[in-house]
Design a protein around this ligand. Sequence first.
Ligand code: FPP
Length: 224
Amino acid sequence: MNPLNHVAIIMDGNGRWGLKYKNSRNAGHKVGLNTVEKIIKETIKNRINFLTLFAFSTENWKRPKKEINYLFGLLENFLINRIEDLHKQNIKLKILGSKKFSPKLNKLLRNSERKTLNNTKLQINLALNYGSKSELIDAFKRIKKNKSTITEKNLSRNLQTKNIPDPDLLIRTGNTKRLSNFLLWQLAYSEIFFEKKLWPAFNVKDYNRIIKEYKLIKRNFGRI
Ligand code: FPP
């Protein structure tokens, strides 16, 4: 059976779920946060060491201001109310993406990372204002500036995910089959599962079904 060390998730479908059941996209984000909590718990139960969640892309700035503010408000409350408990559970929080938010949110994010820095049970990477193409360009620029050679190892070392193993498994909910500028380099050999359910409807049973299926895949990494 395949070991499972790192799960990455594109949590898609909040807006559609919210509109369908509550007549409000933001209501979908709120329920989506409950799914996040359930999936974190189940990730620990499954003894998975890394969970990377795509919460806000560099392209998501194109959304209406009202929705963006609501999302960041949810995130602020999540950090204020939940970081102490996550810390007690020995969970480490790392932010991927550039922290260009309000001074209040930037500070909350920095403090949460600092507080949980030495925790070892589960590392949650929260991708916020993250885009894979700009991450790659920044990495190439740094290599050039340092006059280093371009190798796979060197590039990986210059990405924001340095010291994080590549995802074994990517799950995208919401019935859409694309990567949306998420971890393009890191997902080169990941097993990808596209799930029809919208993120707020995705549950622990669905998660465990995918994990079970993943564990049975023959991963060849180019060999036969
Ligand atoms: C994609 O659904 C989801 C997002 C852009 C935001 C993800 C946020 C959460 C799950 C809740 C907040 C999380 C944290 C960690 C505080 P979409 O809005 O693109 O859905 P659609 O495709 O139906 O429009």
